[in-house]
Design a protein around this ligand. Sequence first.
Ligand SMILES: [Fe+2]
Length: 232
Amino acid sequence: MSAARIQLQTAREFPLDPQPEASRETAPYAQVIDEICDLNWSALSRDELIDVAWAYYFFSVQFCENVGIARRLYPDDKRLEELDRGERDTDNLSPCTGVVDAGERVDHDEFMRRALNLEAINEIRRRRLLTIGAAYLGKVRAADDATRALSLPTYEDGGLERVFRSILRARRWDGPLLQAFKHFLVGHIALDSNPVEGHGSLCRHLPPNAQVFDLWLAFKQSLVAAAPVLAR
Ligand SMILES: [Fe+2]
């Protein structure tokens, strides 16, 4: 990104006017969250759940990027600084067998990358999932920085928690990869959900814009592309 573009995207141009709770609940992106939660999570086979974990890895990559973008746009925002401490270079998911040692600090996308490495998949399947992930990241990275920063509360203030609880409806969690994925999901529900100190409370003051819908739709599409049984 050019310096000129960074200069244009300052906190002054994107003032933080909290959206009323009601308008967040009725926003179009909230409908996509409902649709993701309504997917057929309990139908996932073990392999299909691993495919979902791969799709989620790419979500975690863009999420960590979003945190960095938000920090850049709002460098003096102490709540975002605190949120950043909980998402990147953090030991809040440590230890996890085969992924991170006790006290080991990683970004959360690195946690997911290591989790995926716990179980080999064949090359054709890997390429399919990489293609889906690349398409998803391409869509997210085409969004402007303000949209990506303002997406944070839609993820952290209840949205992801609902998605994670839905994924946990899957029935097969055996094996180190899926155990690590479960550790990630359960750990995140705890991190996000505390109404006072949780991650939601640290970014609730950011007002999501209409374009956040596109990011949620891309996420849903990547999940269904990875595991088509979800839409049946
Ligand atoms: Fe979080």
